[in-house]
Each structure stands twice: as C-alpha cells, then as structure tokens.
Design a protein around this ligand. Sequence first.
Ligand code: HEC
Length: 121
Amino acid sequence: MLRDRTRHYVICTTATLLVIGLTLFPVSIVRAKGGQGGAASSATFRTKCAMCHGQDGAGSDVGKSMNVPDLRSQAVQKLPDAELAQVISNGKAGMPPFKSSLSEDQIHGLVTYIRSLAAKK
Ligand code: HEC
C-alpha cells in the first residue's frame, strides 16, 4: 500500500516535471528566434546606425546632410518588416549594407528597435 503510494507520487512528479519541461523548452526557442533583446539591439543601433540616424532615429547632422529619413516617420514605419530588414542587409543609396557585419538575428532586433522608436515619438 505504502509502496504503491510512493510509486504513484514518483510517477506524478515525473509527469509534472516533464510537462513543465516540454512547455518551457519551445518557449525559450521562440524567444531566441525573436531576435536580440531590446538592450542588445539598442547597443547595436548606437554603434552601427546612430552616427547617421541618431539614437532616437531622427537623423544626426551627418545623416541629415545625406538626407536620411526620420526612422520614426510614417514613410519608414509604413514599410513592412521584411523591407526594413532588406534595406539594412543590402543598403540603399547612401545607406551602407550590413549583411556582412550583422547576423540575421541582429538585423531583426534592429527592425524591432526601429518600431519601438515610433512608439516613443
Ligand atoms: C553612413 C550613414 C548611414 C548608416 C551608418 C546607416 N544608415 Fe540607414 N540610411 C542612410 C541613408 C542615407 C538612408 C536613405 C536611403 C535612401 O536614399 O532611401 C538610410 C535609410 C534607412 C532606412 C529607411 C529605408 C527606406 O526604405 O526608407 C532604414 C530603416 C535604415 N536606414 C536603417 C538603418 C540601420 C538599422 C542602420 C544600422 C545598422 C543604418 N540605417 C545605418 C544612411 C545610413
């Protein structure tokens, strides 16, 4: 009787842990695929993009002399994520390409960062 209960307890605990593990595991994969976290993307933006676009996306003096668009503007925000990622990867007119210096994850993180700029305006 007692042994049966113990076995039941062990099986229940194992099953519960298994369910928790199976739930958390895919969640962590999805998180990792969602691109870099906000802090990392903000740092990447500061080192790679802010010299032209300004940390807030409005455009630095250098950027303005090159006619960078305000990244918070409708003109930029209305573009789909794929288009923004494409411009960051391959460049466009005065905008240099970044596909050799940034990973896909970093580029996706930057797209998310650009979206967050619009919300702050
Ligand atoms: C050397 C200056 C420079 C740097 C560095 C730079 N950009 Fe740009 N960016 C530009 C210019 C110039 C344009 C305008 C291109 C055009 O004529 O449409 C632009 C345009 C853009 C656009 C708008 C594209 C569109 O189709 O309207 C996005 C988004 C963008 N840049 C993101 C970034 C990100 C993210 C980084 C950092 C990884 C970055 N830029 C780094 C100069 C720069």
